[in-house]
Ligand binder design. Sequence first.
Ligand SMILES: [Zn+2]
Length: 123
Amino acid sequence: MKKNASNVPDIRKVKQELLERRQEIQEDLMRLYKEKFADEVQDQGDQALTSTMELLSSSLQDSRVEEYNRIVRALDMIEDGTYGICVDCHEPISEKRLKSYPNATRCILCQETYEEREREGVS
Ligand SMILES: [Zn+2]
């Protein structure tokens, strides 16, 4: 059942850090949520977490929600084995970029090219 070795050597560490960060944000947002929606929130326990996060995503313009969503996507990509690899040129994405955008799917060069194409496509 062992998957092929990843190009990213410390993927476990990255995953661990992302999980910890996600936990932090979750706790942060739950606190925020309880302040904001104090009247509606009964003690619902963990089952309500998913819907709580959905509600928060739609009701809060918070950079932490964005970061949370990025982390969730990044964790999905780790599971898929696509994390940290550029979808266009298949080169590893720089660590620095992944620090800011853990769910980055393109290296910085391909991203620029992609955005240029997008701009031209839209206009
Ligand atoms: Zn690339």
